[in-house]
Design a protein around this ligand. Sequence first.
Ligand code: CA
Length: 226
Amino acid sequence: MSKILIVEDEKNLARFIELELQHESYETTVASDGRAGLELALSEDWDAILLDLMLPHLNGIEVCRRVRQTKQTPIIMITARDSVIDRVSGLDHGADDYIVKPFAIEELLARLRSLLRRVENSEQAIKQTTLEYRDLVVEKESRIVRRGEEVIDLTKREYELLLTLMENINIVLTREVLLNKVWGYETEVETNVVDVYVRYLRNKIDHPDEESYIQTVRGTGYVMRT
Ligand code: CA
């Protein structure tokens, strides 16, 4: 269930939005001024924030600006005036979308759905292009491998081998499977080349004083286990 923070000082409008969102199975919380809204925005995790522009104590632009200093929570600004300055200003300070009062609730719901979908898609895209194992990160698009802050320089084979292991976390890969996936159909290659490359890889990714990230499964092959 998505959690939505509504920051709106007009009580009737806030209540109306809240009821409509609850009807669509969102979980809602209302803050009725900018300061309370900012506090809630920062202290809890929200799937999205509906943020009125004109608010007591802190206006919506200021709330948005301060949220963005630390968080990427999706924000839809609610502006009372259809003024280009207000809209541009909201977007400049990190709002993801805006809606102009008075609005049809269907439009707000549609914008909210679309924003949540966009966020979900981009999270999935990041997940698909980035593999993580403990503090080891492989960015597939740039082919950058890092352990913590340190960038690790791998050869093409070493990279392919690591990628294969990380795409199959907890699955034991036999030497034959690894050969096939990493070396393809170069059938003249001996299976012990896998052992050699695992050793190269361990020298680069492991720290000398701790157990290797790549475990040997005796008589079978290799695995990275969580
Ligand atoms: Ca207001």
